[in-house]
Ligand binder design. Structure first.
Ligand code: PLP
Length: 392
């Protein structure tokens, strides 16, 4: 199986620099204009009534949104892309585009918690039932299929616990019953994983993370395969989804440097984890790009790189208070519920209420780290002094 769904003969880095740009359309300026707009004027009623021009009303798109959608369509090898005002909004759009009343959908137990919240609280209002499944299920996902199963949602690696999924095997099984396959691919971005090449129909990005890349805007994107595109296009228009042009522009701007930033996130993360895994206070580190990780074989088969989000478990017996002292003592890692920017971050990884199809050790003390673009030696020293504070 090819790693890339893109039909472009150009290499990914070249596509990142050129996709979605047409300077000749904008007087030679390298970047497209940021179009602040609502109304679009028509020259005459003869053009207006049959809708005879490219743009009709800004909610449906403008040259700035087209530029980002075109760039992502090329990168993802998609039939079409729609933008959303956050990653969670992209998840909601994607799910709404492929379900109807009476449907049953399957969601990985390791999905981002607000994805579960949407599936548990909004979808039931419209007669859609979500069931959670063990992320380790590959082709065996079919044992959970019902006559009314219409979608399978995947996310790899899993939120907080970093399990990889056999997405191609799930996609083959799902397509046998004509179900739509979705993947939250925020961790790898379309640069390091191409969901559509793995058989996914709706590839979701919280663009807030690595695409924007600077912690200064919220954005979501959904890239659709041929079979899923009409559903996505229709629901996007029907619910009036729109992203402000300044935020779209920040996404476009971030995209151009995605490759160099991710390469550094990857290098720094490997350096920090290589040191961290051997510390006496640490039980295990979680990062599928490490040979010791249970997801390594799948990562190596399906992904071409890794990013800066990883986790670790303290040794058994570590108290929540000790973990708290550790987190409070960090000086270069901010405490914040996001990731994907240039800066390092940490959060306590609490799973309570976030797993229903699989079990987890409630006594385990875990931390999620985002390794930023700082010098890894400084990050290691910061973790070292915080461990010393917490453990003496
Ligand atoms: C894997 C994943 N998907 C989706 C989202 C949601 O993105 P946003 O915060 O832009 O709504 C997040 C946010 O942390 C995430 O980690």
């Amino acid at each position: 199986m090819s790693h890339s769904a893109s039909k472009s003969p150009l290499k990914p880095d070249t596509r990142l620099a050129h996709a979605g740009r047409d300077p000749n359309s904008f007087h030679g300026f390298v970047n497209p204009p940021v179009v602040h707009a609502s109304t679009v004027l028509y020259p005459d009623v003869e053009t207006m009534v049959p809708g005879g021009q490219k743009y009709s009303y800004a909610r449906r798109g403008n040259p700035t949104t087209d530029s980002l959608e075109d760039a992502l369509r090329e990168l993802e090898g998609a039939a079409g892309v729609k933008l959303a005002n956050s990653g969670l909004n992209a998840v909601a759009l994607a799910l709404l585009s492929c379900v109807k009343s009476g449907d049953h959908i399957l969601i990985t137990d390791t999905a981002y918690q607000p994805t579960r919240h949407f599936a548990d609280t909004v979808l039931p209002k419209f007669g859609v039932t979500a069931e959670y499944y063990d992320p380790k299920l590959g082709a065996d996902i079919k044992t959970l299929f019902r006559e009314e199963t219409s979608a399978v949602f995947t996310e790899a690696p899993g939120s907080l616990t970093f399990e990889m999924q056999d997405v191609p095997a799930i996609a083959v099984a799902a397509h046998e019953i004509d179900a739509t396959v979705l993947m939250d691919n925020t961790w790898a971005t379309p640069l390091f994983c191409q969901p559509l090449a793995l058989g996914v129909d709706l590839s979701i990005q919280a663009g807030t993370k690595y695409i924007v890349g600077h912690s200064d805007a919220m954005l979501g994107t959904v890239a659709a395969s041929e079979r899923a595109w009409k559903g996505l296009y229709d629901i996007h228009g029907a619910i009036g989804s729109h992203v402000a042009p300044d935020d779209v522009y920040l996404g476009l701007r971030g995209l151009r440097t995605l490759s160099v930033r991710l390469e550094r996130h990857q290098r720094n993360t490997l350096a920090v984890l290589d040191w961290l895994k051997d510390q006496p206070q640490i039980e295990a580190v979680s990062y599928p790009a490490l040979e010791s990780d249970p997801g390594f074989a799948i990562w190596q088969r399906d992904f071409t790189g890794s990013s800066g989000l990883c986790g670790f478990d303290f040794k058994a017996g570590t108290t929540k208070e000790q973990a708290g002292v550790f987190l409070n003592a960090l000086t270069l890692f901010g405490l914040g519920y996001s990731w994907g920017g240039f800066e390092s971050l940490a959060i306590p990884a609490r799973l309570k209420g976030m797993r229903t199809a699989t079990s987890y050790d409630e006594t385990r003390c875990s931390v999620r780290l985002h390794i930023g673009l700082e010098d890894p030696e400084d990050l290691v020293n910061d973790i070292k002094q915080a461990l010393a504070r917490a453990f003496g």
